[in-house]
Write a protein that binds this ligand. Structure first.
Ligand code: ATP
Length: 555
């Protein structure tokens, strides 16, 4: 759309030149008569106003003056005189003054774009650019003999070094004519490295014109853009991201898109059996067993604490029950010859919940008071529940899983508590794996779909928070997917990207509008409006590198 506006405005200037040539050109007269001059004064004045309204930028508008000079010179009109330049400046000043007054704010879209400039030298691009630049200057100086055009070529070349889009290089031949367009492309393309997930279809900016199909009732509008959007994992504080959206909004589709384009290893916790990615091994979670009492490289005390805490979160146990459970698990470790202060014993075969239950039964027989029996009685049903084939032994090797690309399909695990324990135990084992291997380059993305399932439990929430906080150091990125923002709030500070798809709940929309928009009421209004009406596959997010809110159409 931005491109169309530039094209349309250039055509308007060209038509003005044609009209002026046919109706107002008098080569016999030394000076144009008064009418001709008035016409040209009016034309440049109007052009200044139109260009400012179209591009919300004095810089781009002034650059168009040079473009107008060149186009009119083709028709033998010299606009580069005090009268016309003054008229153009007057047009710009008046439009700038009135529009700033109406909006009660000074806007300069070009300056806001400058914040996202990244000078990245690509040698091949620069060489191609330099060759075309030399050719264009050669044409201007030696064939057309026009120094003004050559200077335009030099300025356009300097601008293109920042735009670093080699496909624009033929525009160098147009000198000042293409200069405003090239200038508007500075910083417009954002990051060019990372995971490509789709094209930016709108950037939220103060604008008079709503150039996108999506309208807002705010002074902030979606200004169209034609850049690609990359998740830039390396220039961010961590590798984590959050995907939010109502049912059917395209969350899993987006996650698959990110995984497929990332070329990174992955492990997906697929709660509903929705993921099917080429070359990935699918493990049916109903056919695996994992012993939560395995130490996973931790000390028995640490692991006993984690397991007791997990069971407490799952069954809402009280403090006393949790402490009893912790002591029982620790004692079971000792029964199996695993001692806190003897690290050599930590590699011994771990106990399982049946061993804990046997200990409980043994204790029931030897304790003296009813109170002690009652305490044991109050936890034994939970331990009995956990004496399941799924938790007897560990049939999978987390090292092996993390060395491949794996989707763990939980759709056939029908008991939520069992599903929860498998997931939390696997996440705990990932944490241990990270500590044991200790690398730092990004190597693995772990996807947790339907995250509230795990985040709604205190122990699961704390574990995922730790993984989010520490993952980067060990080369792990976590992607959490949720229909609601409620359970992911604490993860947001440790996420590089919050990718929001269509939402329906007003409270959710309100929260996310504040999160993405910050304090500005007008930005809030624009986001609030838009979130209610996002099509499937349209993502709203904050582009951290450009510090702008953008709309991206997921591939
Ligand atoms: N960007 C897109 N382009 C084309 N099709 C899409 C896109 N996003 C989603 N879809 C399609 O829309 C349907 C729903 O998408 P998806 O399953 O990803 O939604 P979801 O948000 O994960 O839903 P749920 O929360 O119910 O699992 C799927 O058939 C998917 O192929």
């Amino acid at each position: 759309m931005q491109d169309i506006r530039h094209l349309a405005f250039s055509i308007v200037i060209l038509l003005e030149g044609i009209v002026a040539r046919f109706y107002f050109y008098h080569p016999s007269s030394l000076y144009y008569d008064v009418l001709d001059s008035l016409f040209l004064i009016f034309v440049v004045f109007a052009d200044a106003i139109i260009s400012y309204i179209l591009f919300s930028s004095i810089v781009i508008s002034l650059a168009y003056l040079l473009s107008i000079v060149v186009i009119f010179s083709i028709f033998n009109f010299n606009i580069l005189s005090f009268t016309y330049v003054a008229s153009y400046f007057a047009g710009d000043s008046i439009s700038f003054f009135f529009i700033s007054l109406i909006r009660r704010r000074v806007d300069e879209s070009f300056v806001s774009q400058l914040s996202s400039i990244r000078l990245k030298i690509n040698y091949i691009n620069t060489i191609i650019l330099a060759i075309i630049f030399v050719l264009s200057v050669f044409l201007d100086l030696l064939i057309i003999h026009n120094v003004f055009l050559a200077i335009g070529g030099i300025f356009s070349f300097l601008v293109l070094l920042f735009v670093s889009e080699v496909e624009y290089s033929p525009l160098l031949f147009l000198s000042w004519v293409s200069f405003p367009y090239l200038l508007s492309q500075i910083g417009a393309s954002g990051s060019r490295s990372g995971i490509y997930i789709g094209n930016v279809v709108g950037v939220l900016r103060r604008s008079i014109i709503n150039s996108s199909r999506i309208t807002t009732n705010s002074v902030y509008k979606w200004v169209s853009s034609r850049s690609k959007f990359y998740l830039d994992m390396h220039n961010n504080k961590n590798f984590n991201m959050i995907i939010l959206g109502t049912s059917g909004s395209g969350k899993s589709h987006l996650a698959k898109n990110i995984i497929s384009n990332s070329k990174l290893g992955f492990l997906i916790f697929d709660i509903h059996g929705e993921y099917n990615i080429r070359d990935a091994e699918v493990i049916d979670a109903s056919r695996i067993s994992i012993n939560p009492l395995s130490l996973f490289g931790q000390s028995p005390r640490q692991r006993a604490l984690e397991v007791a805490y997990m069971i407490r979160s799952l069954f809402n146990l009280g403090n006393l029950q949790t402490i009893d459970l912790y002591n029982l698990i620790l004692e079971t470790y000792e029964d199996k010859g695993i001692y806190e202060d003897d690290e050599k014993t930590w590699i011994n075969k771990p106990p399982n919940f049946r061993d804990v239950l046997v200990l409980v039964e043994k204790k029931k027989r030897i304790v003296n008071t009813t109170q002690e029996i009652n305490r044991l009685e109050s936890i034994s049903p939970y331990i009995s529940f956990l004496v399941s084939n799924t938790f007897m032994d560990t049939s999978i090797d987390i090292f092996d899983i993390l060395n491949k690309n794996v989707i763990i399909n939980f759709s056939k695990v029908t008991i939520p508590e069992i599903k929860y324990i498998i997931i939390e135990t696997l996440l705990a084992s990932i944490q241990s794996y990270m500590y044991l291997t200790g690398q730092s380059d990004l190597r693995k993305i772990v996807v947790i779909d339907e995250a509230p399932f795990i985040l709604s439990k205190e122990s699961g929430e704390q574990l995922v928070e730790r993984l989010f906080a520490e993952g980067r150091k060990f080369g792990f990125g976590f992607m959490v997917i949720s229909q609601t923002a409620e359970y992911v709030k604490k993860l947001i500070p440790n996420s590089s990207y919050v990718l929001v798809l269509s939402m329906v709940d007003p409270n959710e929309i309100e929260y996310l509008s504040k999160l993405l928009g910050g304090q500005d009421v007008e930005i809030y209004k624009a986001i609030y409006n838009t979130l209610q009406r996002l099509d499937r596959g349209l993502i709203m997010t904050r582009d951290i590198l450009r510090n702008e809110i953008i709309l991206v159409r997921s591939n």
